[in-house]
Design a protein around this ligand. Structure first.
Ligand code: F6P
Length: 538
């Protein structure tokens, strides 16, 4: 296979790049034809790519690159369960999680759709039992607090969705999320809770992640201390979500308390599975089903639309254009919805754990960049934090703006006219920021006139509801797939993180005063010594 950067399609893009560098967004976005050709309406979503440093020719050349990479076939392969995670020899079937019950997708000769349906029913049934107060704690009290203990994909997705769908949550059940090994995370959450009415969801695909298992063990001690050590007690207060049921059983979870996920769904792609059990309990199975419908709508578009009109493909290609040709290292994501405050952090893992690779899918070192670093914040708060850098910093950081035409439903705490008035001001800020980034201040002459010409895309949805959230989730999942497929990397493994995990044990043993056999570097040795000198003796 020809080296990616040696292909004629890549070379043509490199050549084209010099002509685009000279273009001014200030002038380009006055062309209504351009705006029309770079805007796309998909059901209740509107996408405006006209403020990117692209022309019709750029998209044409990127499309050539995509066709040369066999992107259409790769998308089909993803949906059909081909091995796309080459290092772990697995498919990545997050799309199967929201397929219709009549679909068929085989993994090792077995149709997995019935497994997915059964797991979904098990989770829905459990969520209903909690919500209707049929599932009781060990002392006969109904559950009023649900605590998700998990980290990475077993935390960021469900946490983001729970926060995003706050107006759809059942009032009588509060949800908490504990992820950090720092005991303050455990403590700040548990200090509010009553053990008699608390249910813990131990959320770990591998059931081997030390942060999660440590927090789970501490939570078990907390329940045992309050309610007793009989295993029957723990069964009323702990359930597990995992692909490793044997390991969960070894921790005392009966099979009825284990909600399955599978190794053919990546952790950071697992938000539409039982990984979101806490969300399902909070918003109810019907709303969760609507979220899956939203994912499926985007899946269908991704699977069937031609490349030139395929939104996740376009977003992936623009990302590659910005990173690999224009040299923009970062990507900001700014949702103008307070309830989406955790969306950038969720995307950080989704995009950076997926695209942070320096070898191709066959393990060969590569000579090009892979994916931007993601950063972000919620509008309008981010305007008073990171936007100065976005407007005038010496690095150009493309922005994805996400806005909603209508406010989220309220619970009557403030008058409707206030809600609509403030919401409109919020949207005005969003549009004004993308405008300011693009045009700068043309009337100012001198060095500051260079401000402007900063690229962005805007996604406008009707409202932040379960369906729209599902569409956004699938949109970004597929964008990440496109980046990986085109850059020939494996978006579904994470060996770098595994290495970090494996070094912890030796350091932990040194900190505990049981010197490990590991010969640490001088810097680490000095940190261990300093720690011992400063540590209070408990
Ligand atoms: O951060 C590494 C990682 O393996 C993520 O990919 C994963 O989402 C997270 O740890 C948690 O893993 P698990 O769900 O197996 O506990």
């Amino acid at each position: 296979m020809v080296d990616l950067t040696e292909s004629s399609q890549w070379k043509e893009l490199e050549e084209h790049c010099s002509s685009v560098r000279g273009l001014s967004l200030r002038e380009l976005i006055n062309d209504s034809k351009r705006v029309e050709s770079l805007s796309f309406e998909r059901d209740d979503l509107f996408f405006d790519f006209s403020k990117q440093h692209i022309t019709d020719e750029t998209l044409h050349l990127l499309n050539d690159l995509a066709s040369h990479a066999g992107l259409k076939e790769k998308i089909t392969g993803l949906f059909e369960g081909e091995i796309v995670n080459q290092s772990e020899k697995r498919p990545a079937l997050h799309t199967a999680l929201r397929m219709s019950p009549t679909a068929q997708v085989n993994v090792n000769g077995q149709d997995v759709i019935p497994l997915i349906q059964a797991a979904h029913e098990m989770a829905s049934d459990f969520a209903l039992r909690i919500r209707t107060k049929q599932w009781l704690g060990a002392t006969g009290q109904p559950i009023s607090s649900v605590v998700n203990i998990g980290i990475g994909g077993s935390h960021l997705g469900p946490y983001m969705a729970f926060k995003a769908l706050r107006p759809y949550c059942e009032n009588s059940i509060d949800c908490h999320f504990i992820s950090n090994l720092d005991p303050s995370d455990l403590e700040t959450n548990l200090s509010y809770l009553n053990p008699e009415t608390t249910l813990f969801i131990i959320n770990s695909k591998s059931f081997s992640t030390s942060e999660t298992l440590t927090n789970a063990e501490s939570a078990m001690e907390w329940i045992e201390k309050a309610l007793g050590t009989d295993p029957q007690i723990l069964r009323k207060h702990f359930v597990a979500v995992t692909a490793n049921s044997e390991k969960a059983e070894s921790y005392g979870f009966p099979s009825d308390n284990i909600f399955p996920i599978w190794d053919w769904v990546g952790g950071r792609f697992s938000i539409s599975s039982a990984t979101s059990l806490a969300v399902m309990i909070a918003i109810g199975p019907d709303n969760f089903k609507t979220l899956l419908d939203g994912c499926r709508k985007m899946d269908q578009h991704f699977e069937t639309a031609i490349l030139t009109e395929n939104i996740p493909v376009l977003m992936g290609l623009i990302s590659i254009w910005n990173r690999n040709f224009l040299g923009y290292h970062n990507q900001a994501v700014i949702p103008y919805a307070n309830d989406l405050a955790s969306f950038p952090a969720y995307l950080e893992q989704l995009e950076m754990e997926s695209s942070g690779k320096n070898v191709d899918s066959e393990g060969n070192l590569i000579n090009y960049e892979t994916g931007p670093a993601i950063l972000g914040g919620v509008g309008t708060n981010a305007q008073h934090a990171i936007f100065q850098f976005l407007h005038q910093g010496t690095s150009v950081i493309p922005v994805d703006f996400i806005a909603f035409a209508n406010p989220s439903p309220t619970r009557g705490g403030i008058e409707n006219d206030v809600v609509y008035r403030q919401h409109e001001a919020l949207v005005a800020n969003c549009f004004a920021q993308s405008q300011a980034l693009a045009i700068g201040k043309p009337e100012i002459k001198g060095p500051s006139s260079s401000v402007g010409n900063r690229p962005s895309s805007t996604i406008l949805a009707d409202r932040l509801d379960p369906f729209a959230l599902g569409q956004l989730i699938a949109l970004y999942e597929h964008k990440v797939f496109i980046i990986g497929a085109l850059l020939r990397i494996n978006s579904f493994d994470q060996w770098g993180v595994e290495l970090g995990k494996s070094l912890v044990d030796n350091v932990a043993s040194d900190l505990a005063g049981v010197p490990s056999s590991a010969a640490h570097d001088s810097s680490t040795r000095s940190l261990v010594t300093q720690y011992h000198m400063r540590k209070d003796v408990p």
